[in-house]
Write a protein that binds this ligand. Structure first.
Ligand SMILES: [Zn+2]
Length: 457
């Protein structure tokens, strides 16, 4: 990044080797982001997952009759843990437990699915919401078996541990935007916890800037022997789930099919990973989720909220969704031994840095663009509360991240002379007075991050 920073300093961003470097927003260095990354403790993550495994099973249908075993006992512990963290920050967390009943192919009898949310209200922009989420429920080989042990150490004890660590660290600070720490249930039965969260966000008129869905983030060694301790995958949808036929036609014609708000948040995370983590890469995957599979970010996307899925770079399928057993010399099951806590700490740092960076920065703007049949491109945007400045960005249509930036000051438009609208992809970010920069927003209907132009379902 040093080269990129120098390039910007001299206004020579165009010289950065565009095909390989990750540029994008965020060339400012923020002490706060280094601090929060530095506070992640692998032993704390270990303790959380050890506690969760100790509940035997956390299957969504395992009930709440026991205080020591099953989903109800685990949820009670999560609530107590949030309450303790809230006490330590002088009551900064409001704990909410929204619940809805569902039946489905894996829920034969109508059952309540409850999320546990800890809400840290923003100081100046509280309706803008940044969510970190993971699912508490676990399963073994038979998805309907609510009785036998299902430790779920990696899937998704690892994600829950990251959520709790984020709450512990970020609750010590104050942020302009609201942070939500979400522990969901019912993922393995049909993404019900994500649905409850999406409905709660819609009903409370949250302007969700992103849902960071962490699911399976603690294993660094693939089942085929691949060692992938230095990278994580961030999956993001290409176009918004809610786009209309007319919007899709416009995007197909003029571009924007790889520039949803979720995608540009994933790009933003890649830059943060490079700047604030050592030897750790964010691998951008241009898909909503792994091939043919799903997660709790999907109901959020369906409701019109930006969301990404964060998952370890190499999965081990002898651990996931497997009853703990030995068979033909192979050890199956999602046990504590399969979690690499140093690796999980890196993924947790990425989440925490992303949340802090998003919460400190203003929201991305809503952007318009014009310039057809001229030699210049003009971007204009609506003013963003809390923004002190804006930056225009552009990149070659084959580049993975934004390569060229130009500050616009506090104006709400910029004319990029001799930058032809036909040849580049464009966007705009907003900056706070202290230099925190938002993700880049693509013009038009592709990219209104955090601004729900279309009413959520
Ligand atoms: Zn999972």
């Amino acid at each position: 990044m040093i080269w990129n920073r120098l390039a910007f300093a001299f206004g020579l961003a165009a010289l950065a080797c565009a095909s390989t470097s990750r540029v994008g927003a965020q060339e400012n260095d923020h002490a706060l982001l280094h601090q929060v990354a530095g506070e992640v403790i692998p032993d704390a993550l270990h303790a959380t997952i050890g506690k969760l495994v100790g509940f035997g099973t956390r299957h969504s249908l395992s009930g709440n009759a026991s205080q020591t075993r099953g989903i109800g006992a685990a949820q009670a512990w999560i609530k107590d843990s949030f309450a303790q963290i809230g006490k330590d920050c002088g009551g900064c967390l409001a704990i909410e437990t929204p619940s809805e009943n569902f039946t489905g192919s894996r829920v034969p009898v109508s059952t309540a699915f409850m999320d546990v949310l800890a809400i840290q209200r923003g100081t100046t922009d509280p309706d803008r919401v940044i969510i970190i989420a993971a699912h508490l429920d676990s399963r073994n080989t038979d998805p309907m078996d609510a009785v036998h042990d299902a430790p779920g150490a990696d899937d998704d004890g690892s994600g829950v541990a990251a959520v709790m660590e984020a709450a512990r660290i970020l609750s010590k600070r104050k942020f302009p935007a609201t942070l939500v720490y979400a522990v969901l249930t019912g993922e393995e039965q049909g993404l019900y916890g994500g649905t409850v969260l999406a409905h709660y966000a819609r009903d409370h008129h949250w302007n969700v800037e992103v849902d960071l869905n962490n699911d399976i983030i603690g294993n660094s060694r693939g089942g085929d022997g691949t060692v992938a301790a230095d990278r994580v995958r961030v999956f993001s949808e290409g176009t918004r789930d809610l786009e209309t036929e007319a919007e899709a036609r416009g995007i197909r014609y003029n571009g924007g099919e790889i520039d949803s708000p979720s995608r540009n948040i994933a790009r933003f995370m890649a830059v943060l990973g490079e700047n604030y983590l050592s030897d750790f890469d964010v691998r951008l995957i241009y898909r909503t989720d792994r091939y043919g599979r799903g997660g709790d970010q999907v109901p959020l996307l369906a409701a019109g909220f930006p969301a990404v899925r964060i998952t370890e770079a190499a999965e081990n399928y002898t651990r996931e969704h497997q009853t703990v057993r030995n068979e033909n010399g192979i050890a199956y099951g999602d046990v504590l031994d399969g979690v690499d806590f140093f690796y999980l700490a890196q993924v947790t740092r990425l989440n925490i840095v992303t949340m802090a960076a998003l919460a400190m920065a203003p929201a991305p703007p809503q952007v318009g663009i014009k310039g057809a049949v001229t030699y210049d491109t003009t971007l204009n945007w609506l003013p963003v509360p809390g923004a002190a400045a804006y930056r225009a960005w552009w990149r070659d249509s084959l580049d993975p991240n934004w390569t060229h930036g130009r500050m616009a000051g506090d104006a709400t438009s910029i004319k990029l002379e001799h930058v032809n609208i036909d040849d580049w992809l464009f966007g705009v970010s907003s900056l706070s007075a202290d230099g925190y920069e938002s993700p880049v927003a693509f013009p038009g209907t592709s990219g209104p991050a955090g601004a729900n132009l279309t009413q959520p379902k």
